[in-house]
Design a protein. Structure first.
Length: 94
């Protein structure tokens, strides 16, 4: 099963954020949208300033019932995949 978005255009005011893009999201996969001017993505975690970036990454994984060892592995590899590991302190309570 997958979710397909075809020919999506998104404008905010006069700025075009997406122009005629098509995406396919496969079930069981994790996707991150990055852009040159994308600074942050607000989610429900914004209401809890005590959460670290690592805990924010781990939170949706915990909700799906993934075992702790797998969550730790994924949280540790995410900054590497994004080439931003030097910006992270990976010490976290899990």
């Amino acid at each position: 099963m997958s979710l397909s978005l075809e020919s999506i255009t998104k404008k905010v005011g006069r700025e075009t954020h997406f122009y005629n893009i098509s995406l396919v999201f496969e079930m069981g996969s994790c996707y991150v949208l990055l852009g040159r001017t994308l600074a942050m993505v607000y989610q429900q975690f914004i209401n809890d300033p005590s959460l670290t970036v690592c805990k924010i990454i781990a939170s949706p994984l915990k909700m799906t019932g993934i075992k702790k060892a797998e969550i730790v592995r994924r949280v540790r590899e995410t900054p590497e995949m994004l080439h931003i590991a030097d910006l992270f302190d990976l010490q976290w309570a899990g």
